[in-house]
Design a binder for this molecule. Sequence first.
Ligand code: FAD
Length: 320
Amino acid sequence: MKTFENVSLKKLNTFGIEVKARRMLVVEPGDAVPKVDGPLLVLGAGSDVVFTRDYDGTVMRLADVADVLVDGTCVSAWGGMAMDDLVRWTIDRGLYGLENLSAIPGTVGASVVQNVGAYGVEAKDVVERVEAYDLQQGCMVCLSPAECAFGYRTSRFKQEPGRWLVLRVVYRLDRIFEANLSYKALERLPHASADELRRAIIDLRWSKLPKPDEHGSAGSFFKNPVVAEKDYLSLREQYPDMPEAHPTEEGCKLSAGWLIDRAGWKGRIMGKAGVWPNNALVLYNAGGCTGDEVVALARAIRDDVFDRFGVALECEAIII
Ligand SMILES: Cc1cc2nc3c(=O)[nH]c(=O)nc-3n(C[C@H](O)[C@H](O)[C@H](O)COP(=O)(O)OP(=O)(O)OC[C@H]3O[C@@H](n4cnc5c(N)ncnc54)[C@H](O)[C@@H]3O)c2cc1C
């Protein structure tokens, strides 16, 4: 395990916000998880967080190590490994099921915290179990998908911040490749092999999102809001150009990107934070922005969308 004092987090958050942590611990596979006194933040690759201040406590990370074990079609990956490295690793070895999650920034551990999803697949669809360290009880726990309480971009790990360190995720994959093209935008993508589909998805993804090495962001900043059917129908009557809602168990899932775009925010810049010109759901660092500027922009958008449509937007990104 490595320890650092007074360390810059600028390269450890994809928004590229300049903040410091008082202490940082980097845990390697096989290390005993240390007991930490005082405030503790578990951090992956920082691709879904917005830092608004220095962190006056300990940041704990898992080393970025490609440590993968295979048992039949079950793949157990170290939580600190980059999720996209795992996607490529599995495809290269003829194990399928993760290809739609190609090029999502971040780590394997956070993939279950956030229940990441893209193009019709969510982490929960392929998770077999999660091996996590309970930082409160000081013991290892193996959790089934039901115990992980997965939801839309959430999980038990996200609901109980500070309690869990996800050390390994076991995914159940398939030896036979069957392209999942259920998401409309994928219908026409080439998919003769998993690798071909992966490459097409990566191209599609970067046509809509800022590349982290070019513009800082956290990907989609807001969740798509879910409203009652009667509210959706009344909005559709008022705005016939509104995209059709996606039906879910909780209600009708609207496009947050459309609401923000329709409210006129696409491409706008406030301070040094902006709304991505190709995708209104993405807030980005327009040049040396602070976390407070991102939060101020997000608040202005949320208030405006609520005033116009009566729909409350919830942040997907985690404000620290
Ligand atoms: C350009 C861009 C595109 C994106 N596209 C998508 C997308 O298509 N779909 C999607 O779902 N997300 C997307 N995201 C968001 C982000 O990639 C995911 O949320 C990712 O899972 C975050 O991983 P991370 O390692 O960076 O986690 P971090 O941002 O570091 O942390 C996120 C949360 O997880 C916790 N955490 C991290 N690691 C662990 C661990 N080992 N144990 C316990 N808790 C932990 C943290 O405390 C924090 O609460 C995108 C982000 C960017 C920048």
